[in-house]
Design a protein around this ligand. Structure first.
Ligand SMILES: [Zn+2]
Length: 185
């Protein structure tokens, strides 16, 4: 991990702050589409823009090449999602993309894949967006309360509507399982 010093703590604070703005308590599930609305970001399914068949073809050419992407059009931000992904994975992808915006990452770098332009980021920005997105969806108080109820990453993913990958990443990097066990023991 090469996150900047203090990054994790400020991500936790920001997650709690945004949840307050949305009227959610710290341990409540976050509907990432509501957060997008709140931030004035429009979510568009890629199949509105290109044929689903073309998305399926892209998936065959390079599996997992396209998860979600952010575009700025006439001063408004749009996050394009991949409808082929399960809902939890789409939510995690949207959280990742919103994190790029919240962290004010540069949107200018564009790469083409099968004739379709996609934005790419610096590897350290990718890591930050993944860490921040995971924190928005699963902030520490939420994880701790879930861990105290004996929930494992797969249960957390299902209950809070995120990818299992995100749940496992947060569960493992925050050390909540150990903390929950220690305090209840
Ligand atoms: Zn990214």
């Amino acid at each position: 991990m090469t996150l900047p010093r203090g990054f994790k703590a400020s991500a936790e604070r920001e997650a709690v702050r945004l949840r307050k703005e949305l009227g959610l308590i710290d341990s409540a599930p976050l509907n990432v589409r509501n957060l997008a609305d709140h931030l004035g970001v429009k979510i568009v399914s890629a199949e509105v823009l290109i044929d689903r068949e073309r998305l399926e073809e892209l998936e065959r050419l390079q599996a997992y090449a396209f998860s979600a992407a952010t575009f700025e059009v006439a001063g408004r931000h749009y996050i394009v999602t991949n409808p082929l992904r399960p809902d939890g994975r789409q939510a995690s992808d949207i959280a990742h993309e919103l994190s790029h915006l919240l962290l004010q990452h540069d949107l200018s770098e564009i790469r083409e894949l099968n004739g379709t332009p996609f934005r790419t980021c610096q590897p350290e920005e990718e890591e930050q967006a993944t860490a921040f997105g995971g924190t928005l969806m699963l902030p520490r108080p939420l994880l701790l309360s879930a861990a105290r109820r004996g929930m494992k990453p797969a249960d957390i993913a299902a209950s809070y509507g995120v990818s299992e990958e995100m749940a496992r990443y947060r569960y493992n990097t925050t050390g909540v399982a150990k903390q929950a066990y220690t305090r209840s023991g």
